[in-house]
Design a binder for this molecule. Structure first.
Ligand code: SAM
Length: 232
């Protein structure tokens, strides 16, 4: 079942994966967003509201079933996992991985250098957190840049438009995580594939992938993206 993405709920699909067969998990589950209204009435806040409505429409604001974490622990050889999340979810993950399971932790930040300039009564929405937890997991950056924990990079509007996924992550960031925490031919699991970024990055870094994506349109995007890459 290597180098396959399944169009199904990851909680069901992951049962197919045997115990202790995955070297690294990189995953970007739907965030839990309570308030998706920017407030005010300007062109900028309209843009943000449009984006948030797109997330809502695609069921990307309702969080996910945390039971998948127990399954991820089952399939990983050693705990070695990157999870994207928002600030409100950080305490939960610290409790689950650090307090209950004694993992080491790092926070990787994607600083979006072209975030909308909306700072009326609040800080910019200019970063995403990617938490890294490991217990025996491999972390070996090979150069100074790969070892940095803040990644400065714009929201890639071109990829977003091309692959029509509102929360597409930058390939350069995902490739760096893959290089730092896995070796060639290792197996990397992403339960929430979205537009297939993790799969493409695995192909580019000579790793194997396994993925799940519940949304049929996004699943088809993954297939198109992989096909296009292989034909290049
Ligand atoms: C935040 S997006 C991932 C974006 C991805 N990192 C990218 O670069 O394109 C999360 C994805 O998980 C999918 N998803 C949500 N619940 C799921 C589930 N139970 N099983 C599999 N996929 C799910 C959503 O349809 C969405 O595309």
């Amino acid at each position: 079942m290597l180098n396959v993405i399944y169009n199904e709920d990851c909680l069901i699909g992951i049962k197919k994966i045997p115990d202790k067969t995955v070297d690294l998990v990189i995953t970007d589950p739907p965030y839990k967003i309570n308030n998706h209204c920017a407030g005010g009435k300007t062109i900028l806040s309209d843009n943000l509201n449009k984006y948030n409505n797109e997330l809502y429409k695609n069921k990307l604001t309702q969080g996910y079933n945390y039971k998948i974490l127990d399954e991820l622990l089952r399939v990983m050889k050693k705990i070695n996992i990157y999870i994207f999340c928002n600030g409100e979810q950080i305490p939960f993950y610290i409790d689950y991985f650090v307090l209950q399971r004694n993992c080491k932790m790092d926070i990787i930040i994607w600083n979006k250098t072209n975030a909308l300039p909306l700072f009326n009564n609040k800080y910019l929405t200019d970063k995403e957190y990617c938490l890294y937890f490991r217990k025996g997991g491999y972390c070996c950056p090979q150069n100074y840049d790969d070892a940095k924990t803040v990644f400065y990079y714009p929201i890639n509007i071109k990829d977003k438009r091309k692959w029509r996924h509102p929360t597409i992550k930058p390939e350069l960031l995902i490739r760096k995580l893959i290089r730092n925490s896995s070796k060639e031919n290792d197996t990397i699991l992403d339960c929430f594939m979205g537009s297939g970024t993790t799969a493409i990055c695995c192909l580019k870094e000579n790793r194997n992938y396994i993925g799940f994506e519940i949304n049929k349109n996004f699943y088809e995007t993954c297939l198109r993206r992989i096909k296009e890459y292989k034909e290049e």
